[in-house]
Design a protein around this ligand. Sequence first.
Ligand code: NAD
Ligand code: USQ
Length: 382
Amino acid sequence: MRIIVAGGDGFCGWPTALYLSNQGHEVTIIDSLIRRKWDQELHSNSLVPIASPQERTTRWQQLTSHRIKTYIGDLNHYDFLREVLIQTRPEAFVHFAEQRSAPYSMIDREHAVFTQVNNVVGTLNVLFALKEIAPDCHLIKLGTMGEYGTPNIDIEEGYLKINHKGREDILPYPKQPGSFYHLSKVHDSHNIMFACKTWGLRATDLNQGVVYGLHTEETLMDPVLLNRLDYDAVFGTVLNRFLIQAAVGHDLTVYGGGGQTRGFLNIMDTVRCIEIAAANPAERGEFRVFNQFTEEFSVLDLAHKVQTVAGNEGFDTHIVHLENPRVEKETHYYRATHSKLSDLGLVPHLLTEQVLRGIFLAVLQHKHRLIEANVLPKVTWK
Ligand code: NAD
Ligand code: USQ
């Protein structure tokens, strides 16, 4: 299959591009490399040193004979995007290419506006380009479980059956996102749903939970292929942050009470979920939603797990409850359906002590690169 991976230089996109390429697909990456610039803006870095896009794909071709073509450019530049689609004629378009940090979107007005313009306009351009050039192509769009928020009822996969005043309908599940970033994903979902209904495009919205881990079989093949790993308070996600904090002897930074519960998945399952979605495309006109996570944990559960695993390796780790920089519920009901990907064949990598230990040991090798000033949160929601 000819597959475009937009955002293919990022944390989820790079291992996905390699995995799909290894499965024999003809993979093309689009990326503006803006994520690397945000590191400069935030005076931060990936814990794991990462090679340039060109070094990465050259090495991949040397090792596997598979070619990954890369277009450096911004989805917000329509003429560029159009040209890539004309040259590539994709059968699937995997869209990871957004500003994905909730704290980054909450820094100030400029960062909120940037996040929503980058994400919403980028996705609108993708929709128009598909309509114009590749209307049969399957859009596989990365959404987020955070679109739903934390309602006091079970979360369904995209849609909810409603009985209202004696009448019944199946409607999009109500959205209560918790940051301007998460809101951008809701806006995307609405635009994609409209485009499917109106123009007959086909799309799968993957409402992904928080991803942990860093390595996949392919990224481990050579040091040049290693994946980025974020630990800072802006881009680092909670479980990876805790593992890295334990590795450098920092207290584990639980925000508030730590009862915040979310869906989680291993990066090795992210790449497989994309493959499953691509192999089972939505119908023309269909806007399909899958909840993409494998297990639910509270933040405090995760801190305890990391404390145990680090303790077994001889690291004395402490948990601190920081004043929560975010506005979010710290005690709440959480139960979300996530059966559609399993029904299509996903066999999850679950969060065992062995898996945690593996990530912890991988992180230890690079701990000298951590910049301490980036660990504690500085961005607040208020
Ligand atoms: P990332 O920041 O590591 O990668 C995103 C990539 O997209 C970067 O390489 C960046 O340069 C590129 N990009 C951003 N805007 C672009 C634009 N306008 N044009 C071209 N390229 C652009 O993020 P990630 O962690 O790999 O996340 C990928 C996607 O998955 C995001 O959409 C994110 O919302 C979603 N997601 C991530 C997680 C997670 O835990 N990492 C969880 C749920 C959903
Ligand atoms: N948290 C802590 N301590 C920390 C970091 C985070 O307690 O040091 C808490 C946060 O307050 C929050 C939870 O952990 O309650 C998750 O935070 P996170 O930063 O790991 O994840 P989030 O901001 O939700 O964003 C990440 C990705 C985003 C993706 C989302 C999936 O950055 O791209 O959309 O996970 S989800 O959470 O399902 O919406």
